[in-house]
Design a protein around this ligand. Structure first.
Ligand code: SF4
Length: 365
């Protein structure tokens, strides 16, 4: 039986970032206490998967770093009681630089977290202010050294392309500062402006603050070359890693592995079935085992997710999704600037990463 990953959604945030589209609620100590108790009940309730081998755990959010290290230690202990957690399991926590200080970092390491994904986004204070982040560039830089001193060897930094007021120079400066801090992994996202968000309002009021698509494209491709020159492998559309430092948990999603999601709004993929907990903290607190089935088309998903990876997908996966090999080759020829076939695998070219939705529609449509 294949191994299992555990995703844990911690939905609390101290403030709301202007670009946020995740399920989250305001920080509230009483509700956080109830959340931790309900997690104990949820973990205990997954009796059908008791003893299953778990080799990745990912605490995402929201803001997992708002939980006390002792709470995270207790949660990891409950997981170890219910599942067969590999002693070498990758245990990642997303963290906000403003929540981390040496004592808390040491506590997280003692609790069993061995990888941090730090939401830096930019080292430019003006850009961070426009995003509604709570930290500044100096804090983000300091936290990396503090995390190393606390014993974290596996560190990932998030940066964003397309932030309002970002220029070629300010983006290059953030990127160079990130590289100089020597993380083993970096995630670089294009900022998405969701309709109705504060950023959407700002974009309509002051469109010139936002870099256009062509500027984003240039930054993305330049950043890719710079990171490759610095020894990172571009292993997924938005992710770069030093050899061997790829995020094993996220690879599980892209390679259509199995995972169990705990907490409100968390999705799961088990035994060919997709389901989620309702994105509603109070409903989840009342019944942390309540789930809703989600429509699934595993063959198509395998192609959509697999093509995010540098390794691409086997032509057999396209055939399973209804596009036989001859047709896949014809479509790949038409989309030649964006995709390529090597041996029996089809993969996106760098230019294809930037228009992946249209390319995928062209391949599968
Ligand atoms: S910390 Fe993350 S989840 Fe919370 S508001 Fe900001 S982007 Fe959203």
């Amino acid at each position: 039986m294949q191994t299992l990953g555990i995703y844990l959604h911690v939905p609390f945030c101290r403030t709301r970032c202007r670009y946020c589209d995740f399920y989250r609620v305001g920080e509230n100590r009483a509700r956080m206490d109830r959340f931790v108790s309900a997690l104990a009940r949820e973990i205990e309730g997954w009796a059908a998967h008791a003893g299953r081998r778990v080799d990745t755990v990912f605490l995402g959010g929201g803001t997992p770093s708002l939980l006390a290290p002792e709470e995270i230690g207790a949660i990891l202990g409950w997981l170890a009681n219910r599942f067969d957690v590999d002693p070498e399991a990758e245990v990642t926590a997303e963290a906000n630089p403003s929540d981390l200080h040496p004592e808390r970092l040491a506590g997280l390491r003692r609790a069993g977290v061995n990888r941090l994904s730090i939401g830096v986004q930019s080292f430019c204070d003006r850009e961070l202010g426009l995003l509604g982040r709570r930290h500044d560039g100096a804090r983000a830089a300091a936290v990396i050294a503090e995390a190393r001193a606390a014993g974290f060897e596996r560190l990932s930094l998030d940066l964003m392309v397309g932030i309002p007021a970002q220029t070629e120079a300010s983006f290059a400066a953030s990127l160079e500062r990130a590289i100089a801090l020597s993380p083993d992994h970096m995630s670089l996202y294009l900022l998405e402006v969701h309709g109705g968000s504060e950023l959407d309002f700002l974009k309509r009021e002051r469109p010139r603050l936002f870099p256009g698509e062509e500027a984003e494209r240039r930054r993305y491709l330049r950043m890719r070359e710079r990171l490759r020159a610095a020894g990172f492998r571009h292993y997924e559309i938005s992710n770069f890693a030093r050899p061997g430092a790829e995020c094993r948990h996220n690879l599980r999603y892209w390679r259509s592995g199995e995972w169990l999601g705990l907490g409100p709004a968390a999705h799961s993929s088990l035994g060919g079935r997709r389901f989620r907990h309702p994105p509603d903290l109070e409903r989840w607190l009342a019944d942390p085992l309540a789930i809703e089935d989600l429509a699934a088309d595993p063959a198509t998903e395998r192609v959509l997710l697999g093509l995010r990876l540098e390794e691409g997908v086997e032509l057999g996966a396209l055939a399973a999704a209804g596009v036989d090999e001859a047709e896949a080759r014809r479509r790949a020829d038409r989309l030649a600037p964006f995709v390529e076939i090597r041996g029996d695998r089809l993969r996106l070219r760098p230019e294809g990463y930037l228009v992946s939705n249209s390319v995928l529609a062209g391949l599968l449509g």
